[in-house]
Design a protein around this ligand. Structure first.
Ligand SMILES: Nc1ncnc2c1ncn2[C@@H]1O[C@H](COP(=O)(O)OP(=O)(O)OP(=O)(O)O)[C@@H](O)[C@H]1O
Length: 332
């Protein structure tokens, strides 16, 4: 890849190999390991190169264990690369210098920084002090972000009393108080209900537009990616497989939608063969994959031909799409 002078995030030949103890379970295994220590190497990320320009909103896709979190940890300096180089906002992340930390933020859907028993406002005051933001400026930023996030009184209630969606919005506020130029977001909508997901999404789009922030986002929800990310990076078994527009990727991925049916009575898989590909049958519930261009026609036929109690259409989970893609060898 040609070096890109404009890039705010740049990875060049990035790799990470973990060393793990190769120990058999049980006491005998522990003793054997004690006298004959054996290690196994896991190449979590291999030779990954990409460059992201300021203000871009990039989706980072890959199946479970593909290497996304490991890459994000290297980009934020939490772990050192085994090979290659990383540069973010002109800094080397692994040095964890104050200048670097002031320019980035990392939000992990499964982890929280807000203190459970305190209202978010208390944690926000601590964050403001840590980043050296003067009180008046910090109040102004909190008010601005709270308005964008539709947060009010929730900031005065202990975190443990907030809903998951309110908690995630407060987490985002805390993560953005220091106005980072680069946002690394790892599953920020994980477990949220559909409405809360949509609100977080709207906020992230507004934030990116208003502050020109650069965002690298991982999500298992295809809707997050399609709503926010014109460009995607796709990683598979630690290697970068695709870097380009989401549109082109979607055309390469099986362009199917998932149709869920509830029937009056169970039917065998053969009954659905002419409508689409059967993903799963559980009693009276059936999931089918139908190519987008034939969706209207096939749904019409299903409703006309079968005793359907309920029907819904959605994007198949991103995991399924990517899993199928590699299974079919479309990119491999
Ligand atoms: N600390 C660690 N020690 C050893 N192996 C690890 C460690 N962290 C991750 N791995 C392994 O490295 C590989 C990549 O993991 P990583 O967490 O980066 O994937 P991911 O794409 O983020 O997956 P997920 O979507 O499940 O979070 C996996 O095989 C994982 O088991």
């Amino acid at each position: 890849m040609a070096p890109d002078r404009m890039a705010i995030v740049r990875a060049q030949g990035l790799g990470k190999t973990y060393r793990v103890a190769d120990k058999q379970p049980g006491l005998a295994g522990t003793l054997r390991h004690f006298v004959n220590r054996r290690e196994r190497l896991i190449a979590a990320v291999q030779d990954v190169s990409f460059a992201i320009e300021p203000g871009e909103f990039v989706g980072f896709l890959g199946a479970n264990g593909a290497g996304k979190t490991t890459t994000l940890k290297m980009l934020t300096g939490l772990i050192h690369p085994t090979s290659g180089t990383v540069e973010v906002a002109g800094c080397q992340p692994q040095r964890r210098e104050a200048d670097f930390l002031g320019q980035i933020t990392l939000v992990m859907g499964q982890k929280q920084q807000l203190i459970w028993d305190l209202p978010p406002l208390d944690s926000l005051r601590v964050n403001a002090a840590v980043y050296g933001i003067p009180p008046a400026e910090s109040r102004r930023r909190i008010a601005e972000l709270a308005e964008m996030l539709e947060l009010g009184d929730e900031l005065r209630r202990p975190v443990r009393k907030l809903s998951l969606g309110q908690r995630m919005k407060a987490e985002l506020l805390a993560a953005l108080l220091h106005r980072p130029a680069v946002l690394f977001l790892d599953e920020p909508t994980l477990g949220l209900d559909v409405n809360a997901q949509a609100r977080v999404r709207t906020f992230l789009a507004d934030y990116n537009r208003r502050f020109g922030a650069t965002v690298l986002l991982t999500s298992h929800y295809m809707a997050d990616i399609t709503a926010l990310c014109p460009r995607v990076l796709l990683i598979h078994e630690g290697r970068l497989f695709y870097d380009g527009s989401l549109e082109t990727l979607t055309q390469r991925l099986a362009p199917c939608r998932e149709v869920r049916l509830e029937l009056h009575a169970p039917l065998g898989a053969g009954a659905f063969a002419s409508y689409g590909e059967v993903e799963a049958i559980e009693g009276r519930e059936v999931r089918l994959l139908i190519p987008r261009e034939r969706l209207t026609e096939q749904v019409g036929r299903l409703l006309a031909d079968l005793a359907v109690v309920d029907l819904s259409v959605s994007d198949p989970p991103i995991e399924d799409i990517i899993g199928r893609l590699f299974h079919q060898g479309a990119l491999a």
